[in-house]
Design a protein around this ligand. Structure first.
Ligand SMILES: [Zn+2]
Length: 250
């Protein structure tokens, strides 16, 4: 069976001299592992299109559970990411999260869109890494179907208070008055600036997703909340995240 799909190469593994496996985040089939033959040969037409963090059209043959590359055509490469160890290590973390959490053979177009936007900003150096990391983490979990209820206090419906409390396990907010009744121990307090950033990332249309500013202090809190929300709901730790934090001192 031949399948045609657009996608981004999120991981690659060399096999011998000329062959490799690539993991591709596709539009409609989740993440697929594809065997690529003869990629190092001088006349290989698939060489550019199957590089890490390249967005391409792929035509693959499916035999049993396995995919084999038939042909490919590069749409856009994000080569700049591989020139910077901080950016590369952050992209590797996103790859590991995607490979682990995106369900097989399910529509994954919104996650692909989120990754493409993230790679664009990463390779063009227009936004800070913690900002891009937080947006990816929080929005990724939403796109997996675990969107927190961030509109108001879950108990009394109050929209704003001086402090709100975010229950990371339950995925909901409590106001100051209702907080004492909350039962989770995975709760963080948020200032209005961080609340509005969380609401924006969860609720904004894609074309406005990156259109907000945040102070360094609020970004620190947002970084913690977004990372913990992802780790809580994906339910795994990631060694690529540990590596990213070790080299950026975040
Ligand atoms: Zn309340």
């Amino acid at each position: 069976m031949l399948i045609t799909t657009a996608g981004v190469v999120i991981r690659e593994r060399q096999i011998g001299e000329n062959d490799k496996f690539v993991d591709i985040l596709t539009e409609k089939n989740g993440v697929i592992e594809v065997s690529v033959k003869g990629v190092k040969k001088l006349n290989s037409t698939n060489s550019a299109a199957t590089q890490l963090y390249t967005y391409s059209n792929f035509c693959v043959k499916k035999r049993g559970d396995r995919y084999y590359l038939n042909s490919s055509e590069q749409i856009k490469n994000f080569y700049g990411i591989r020139m910077d160890i901080d950016k590369l290590s952050l992209a590797c973390y996103f790859s590991e999260v995607i490979a682990y959490a995106v369900p097989d053979e399910e529509s994954s177009g919104e996650i692909l869109r989120l990754l493409l936007n993230t790679l664009y900003f990463l390779s063009n150096s227009t936004r800070d890494l913690p900002f891009l990391k937080s947006i990816f983490e929080l929005r990724f979990v939403c796109e997996l179907g675990m969107m927190p209820n961030v509109t108001a206090c879950i108990e009394c419906g109050k929209f704003e208070s001086e402090k709100m409390f975010f229950d990371l396990t339950g995925g909901c907010f409590y106001c100051e008055n209702c907080f004492s009744d909350a039962e989770s121990d995975n709760i963080v307090s948020l200032t209005p600036a961080v609340i509005s950033a969380v609401r924006h990332i969860v609720l904004a249309d894609f074309n406005r997703l990156y259109n907000f500013k945040i102070s360094p202090l609020s970004q620190n809190k947002l970084s913690h909340v977004a990372e913990q929300y992802l780790l809580t709901h994906v339910g795994k730790s990631f060694r690529t995240l540990d590596f990213y934090k070790s080299i950026t001192q975040e």
